[in-house]
Design a protein around this ligand. Structure first.
Ligand SMILES: C[S@@+](CC[C@H](N)C(=O)[O-])C[C@H]1O[C@@H](n2cnc3c(N)ncnc32)[C@H](O)[C@@H]1O
Length: 335
């Protein structure tokens, strides 16, 4: 019974086009999960590891309500899965989902759309209570015939079994400007274990440096009525793009990149900056092919203000460093 209900919801997510349709279908998914989970999720089980903070089960459950994020990831993953399964050789598809949270939100809803014989998935979370929640949901929804392994592990160090040849790996363990959560450390570990044909989702995360007026930038505000699609947000007209600081994708980590720090060049600071006094970082995500998340469409693509130029004295250049060896954060150096 619940499998059929989930199938209807996920089909409406995939078919959604307008922001209102996206909101409505993701809210249905959120209500669906809340109806099935009787006990509230713990909010005191955040885990700190080298590479970032793993959200509490309650915090991870709330991610489903970052509506455009949820819809866009489900659409992108569906598109990638369909590519594999359209293969005339009737191939099976092996999925690794690193950081599944208590609902396995980005994979579980898609399962009823695919034949159970063609999918194997490893669902990983560092949080035992989140995994237990997924374990409980599977028979309740009616997905117990799918080949799903639940693994309690740190995805930053997890070794994928040698006989599990991954086709698709998924991880959404990120906060805006890649701060706080371990997206980069997890991506690095998982991507290094993938073959060249395997797909990693998100395919690309781009971090840009810009000078702007932070308070006038579109960003996702709290409150569902303020959720806007990219096309409905008004860009701040005086924003000055400075540079793309880096792009996280398969190529980035396949270049034998062992560094846990990413350093920029030095950039000139403008002497006149009334219209753009803030030094900010912007995140954009290509989930898969043309499925994207733009600035301010989700919490994870909100802009981030590093420092105001009003607070900088006697310096004319700035250099930025992203450090993800511990809790990921940004530093700046002036000269
Ligand atoms: C932002 S939540 C997203 C949950 C779900 N994937 C979604 O998209 O709605 C990130 C999840 O990743 C898990 N996580 C974070 N760091 C992890 C790590 N190092 N190893 C395994 N799981 C991790 C957290 O416990 C949390 O459940």
């Amino acid at each position: 019974m619940y499998k059929q209900e989930l199938t209807i919801i996920v089909k409406s997510i995939i078919a959604s086009n307008t922001v209102n349709e996206q909101l409505e279908s993701a809210q249905q998914l959120s209500r669906f999960y809340k109806k099935l989970i009787k006990n509230s999720h713990p909010d005191d089980n955040e885990i700190l590891v080298d590479g970032g903070i793993a959200l509490s089960s309650s915090g991870a459950a709330d991610c489903v309500d970052d509506y455009i994020r949820t819809v866009s990831f489900i659409k992108g993953i569906y598109k990638a899965m369909t590519k594999f399964l359209d293969d005339p050789l009737e191939k099976k598809i092996n999925i690794v989902y690193a950081g599944c949270g208590p609902y396995a939100t980005l994979i579980l809803p898609l399962l009823p759309l695919f034949d159970k014989g063609r999918i194997s998935a490893i669902l990983i979370d560092i949080n035992a209570s989140s995994l237990e929640s997924v374990q409980n949901l599977i028979p309740v929804i009616g997905l117990e015939e799918y080949d799903l392994q639940m693994i309690e592990a740190n995805a930053i160090t997890y070794k994928i079994p040698k006989d599990f040849n991954v086709d698709l790996a998924v991880s959404e363990t990120m906060h805006y400007a890649l701060t706080s959560e371990p997206q980069v450390a997890i991506s690095r570990n998982i991507i290094k274990q993938l073959s060249s044909q395997a797909i990693f989702i998100p395919q690309e995360i781009r971090i840009d440096l810009a000078y702007t007026f932070f308070n006038y930038e579109p960003y996702l505000r709290v409150g569902q009525n303020e959720v806007k699609g990219y096309k409905e947000s008004q860009p701040y007209p005086y924003k000055v793009f400075v540079d793309r600081l880096f792009t996280i994708n398969k190529e980035h980590f396949n270049r034998e990149n062992h560094n846990l720090k990413i350093e920029s060049a030095f950039y000139m600071l403008p002497t006149i900056f009334e219209n753009h006094p803030d030094i900010c970082l912007f995140t954009e995500i290509t989930i898969f092919e043309d499925v994207e998340l733009k600035t301010g469409e989700s919490y994870i693509t909100n802009p981030y203000c590093l420092v105001s130029m009003y607070g900088i004295k006697d310096c004319s250049e700035i250099k930025l460093t992203y450090d993800f060896c511990d809790i990921p954060k940004w530093f700046y150096h002036l000269k």
